[in-house]
Design a protein. Structure first.
Length: 408
């Protein structure tokens, strides 16, 4: 049985032929966006074709449509409009930023499809009926100079400022540099806007007048450093970050951190703290703010970052301290594993799909976190599992295509 699986961001099926569809007994397309015409749509419906897509775009038949595909970050400016009389589609797999001079350019597209995030001026909100977003949409003040989502305003930044400009960051602004000349910023007449401003205590009085009224302010002790992304609390923590830290992400506490924890003077974690049970009491003694304290038990075995993972009774009985399965695409629980053993020794986190029997399902749900789907294999069978994952790409009867964009 010849099968074909296509994994891509955009699949262009406008010119698909009947010969191509006849060549396979089963075709599965996993894509964010699929392009079809009425002819292609009718043709696909005649064959065993499965489309798993966030959006299926039907393009007018006979039109010469130009598809502008962009992967990653893309900025649409006033100069980015299609040519006069041209029918064009803009497809962005990533992030799209629309400049405040680009309203006419954006409206000139027949369709704008974004699989990711969109950032546009507040004045454009609701004016782009041709815009479809599979993700998040955010707006910024018209005329603002756009900074990084998490922007650090330090002494170097102050050397490049423009007079009377409004600077905007989508997430947060950081004012913790002791060498920052706030007076110079005020003289230049600049303003800053964001959801949150992190400000060192000694700078707070001078910085506050430079922030728009809708910007929340968090005052932190002088000397606090800002870390964007997760951090690891180990023996080298103080040397790398110092004793005062704001972490924009999770904090992973290592068992070796016992002697370091008491030396921390200030800690703000904009995320989860993952910590061993025996260090919880010491950690709660320090000046720390966090979203959640996730107590990690020492697992006997950790299975991670695999396309397919299998768990059976022999594996669980071998590790009395338990088995953790994390960041795996597909997990299969053997039929011989009892629900009692699952509850006692198995933990599953951040996995896409877990296959188990109906009798095991309740126990698997109880030990799982951030798992997209839990259930029995049912009629899917081994063959279909391999089709979904593409793991049998060496099978001569299975053609697997992994691409950013694919034309069928």
């Amino acid at each position: 049985m010849k099968k074909m699986i296509v994994n891509c961001a955009t699949c262009d099926m406008r010119k698909v032929s009947e010969e191509t569809l006849q060549a396979y007994e089963q075709i599965v397309v996993n894509a964010a966006t699929v392009l079809v015409t009425s002819r292609a749509k009718e043709l696909v419906n005649r064959y065993n074709v499965t489309l798993n897509a966030a959006s299926v775009q039907e393009i007018p038949e006979g039109e010469n449509v130009r598809v502008n595909q962009q992967n990653g970050a893309y900025q649409l400016t006033g100069d980015g409009a299609p040519q006069a009389g041209e029918m064009a589609i803009l497809m962005v797999n990533g992030s799209l930023t629309i400049g405040d001079d680009a309203l006419a350019a954006a409206q000139a597209y027949w369709s704008i499809q974004v699989n990711g995030s969109v950032l546009l001026p507040r004045s454009m909100a609701g004016k782009l009926s041709n815009l479809s977003v599979n993700g998040s949409t955010d707006t910024y003040p018209d005329g603002a100079i756009l900074l990084r989502r998490n922007a650090v305003v330090d002494r170097t930044f102050a050397l490049r400022i423009k007079e009377n400009a409004l600077y905007w960051a989508s997430r947060r602004l950081v004012f913790t540099d002791a060498d920052l000349d706030v007076g110079k910023l005020a003289e230049k007449g600049v303003q800053f806007a964001s959801r949150l401003a992190i400000v060192a205590e000694s700078l707070a009085e001078a910085v506050t007048p430079l922030l728009t009224e809708d910007t929340d302010i968090l005052i932190v002790p002088d000397g606090t450093k800002f870390a964007n992304g997760y951090a690891v609390l180990d023996k080298r923590f103080l040397k790398k970050h110092g004793a005062k830290l704001y972490i924009n992400g999770d904090l992973i506490v290592k068992p070796e951190a016992a002697e370091v924890i008491p030396k921390i003077e200030y800690l703000y974690v904009n995320g989860q703290v993952k910590i061993p049970q025996d260090l919880v009491d010491a950690f709660e003694e320090i000046d720390a703010t966090y979203d959640e304290l996730a107590i990690q038990k020492p697992y006997g075995k950790v299975i991670e970052d695999m396309v397919r993972a299998a768990v059976d009774t022999k594996l669980l009985e071998k590790y009395p301290d338990g088995v953790q399965v994390t960041d795996c695409a597909m997990v299969r629980i053997a039929k011989d594993v009892s629900p009692e053993l699952i509850l006692e020794r198995l933990t599953i986190a951040d996995c896409a799909k877990v296959f188990c029997t109906e009798e095991q399902e309740a126990a698997v749900s109880a030990v799982s976190k951030d798992v997209a789907m839990i259930g029995s294999m049912g009629d899917m069978g081994e063959d279909m599992m391999d089709l979904v994952t593409g793991s049998l790409h060496l099978n001569p009867n299975l053609k697997v295509i992994n691409a950013s964009d694919y034309v069928m």
